[in-house]
Each structure stands twice: as structure tokens, then as C-alpha cells.
Design a binder for this molecule. Structure first.
Ligand code: FES
Length: 146
């Protein structure tokens, strides 16, 4: 780990709420390169500062967060000035990864389509995407994983 990365992680740790010393890290692919955020597994909460993800400044912007050490990710979309959605990009049909296109999550495997909130629009999937509650706080976003 480079000194720059170490310093960044210390800074992030100081900024985040939760106060849990041990944690898992999230990586998001923002335009400025990967960024790392702490994820509190005890509280199942992710706190993001929007300034870290410029993509989320405007309505329609999206970012995928990868939970390090797992195969899981969460796609966060700003759907309105004060509203965000957070969903798992795993299709509920056979597990392919959906892609965000034209304000829908579309599955490349068999064509299922989902709304930005994960609601099922068209099968063959029979269930919505797994979605997570979000809470917007002017400059930050809280995602509740349970
Ligand atoms: Fe997505 Fe089949 S895996 S539609």
C-alpha cells in the first residue's frame, strides 16, 4: 500500500460515522479512479459523501460500489434531486449482471428489465432486484444493507 493510499484511508476513516474500528472497505469506480470507503458490517450501514462521487451530483448519475473481499456490489443511482436508489446488480432470473441503460437496469442474458428502484418491469425474472433503503443528508448518503 502506498503512503498516499494509507493517508487517504486514514482521512476516510476519520470522516466516516459509525466508530467501528474493524471494517470492510468499499471501492467505487468514480471518474477520478477507485476510491475506498469504510463499511460498517456491525451496523450494515454505508455512508458516502457525494463529493467523493461526482457522478452522483446530477440526477441520473450512477456509481457502482464494490465490497472488497466479496463478489458483491451495489449500484447507487440519483433518481431525483433529493432521492437515491441502491440495488444489487444481480439479475433475479439466473444471476447475470444487469447494466444501467436508458434509465432501466437491463439483463444482457435473457432480457429482464428493472426500474431504477429495482422493480421488475419485464421477465423472465419473477422478482425485483434486491434493493436497499437510502437516506439522503444534503452532502452524504446513507445506505442500509439490512
Ligand atoms: Fe437475467 Fe436471465 S439472467 S434475464
Amino acid at each position: 500500500m502506498t503512503d498516499t493510499r494509507r493517508k487517504f484511508l486514514r482521512r476516510v476513516g476519520a470522516l466516516l460515522s459509525g466508530g467501528v474500528a474493524a471494517g470492510v472497505f468499499l471501492e467505487g469506480c468514480a471518474s477520478g479512479g477507485p476510491t475506498v470507503y469504510r463499511y460498517d458490517p456491525a451496523g450494515n450501514i454505508i455512508d458516502l459523501f457525494l463529493s467523493w462521487y461526482p457522478e452522483l451530483y446530477k440526477t441520473g448519475g450512477a456509481v457502482e460500489l464494490h465490497l472488497t473481499g466479496t463478489e458483491s456490489s451495489i449500484v447507487v443511482v440519483r433518481v431525483a434531486i433529493d432521492r437515491f436508489t441502491a440495488v444489487s446488480p444481480v439479475c433475479q432470473h439466473q444471476g447475470c449482471k444487469v447494466a444501467l441503460k436508458e434509465n432501466l437496469f437491463k439483463c444482457p442474458c435473457h432480457g429482464s428489465r428493472y426500474g431504477l428502484d429495482g422493480a421488475l418491469i419485464a421477465g423472465p425474472a419473477e422478482k425485483p432486484l434486491v434493493s436497499y433503503r437510502t437516506e439522503f443528508r444534503e452532502t452524504s448518503l446513507r445506505i442500509f444493507l439490512s
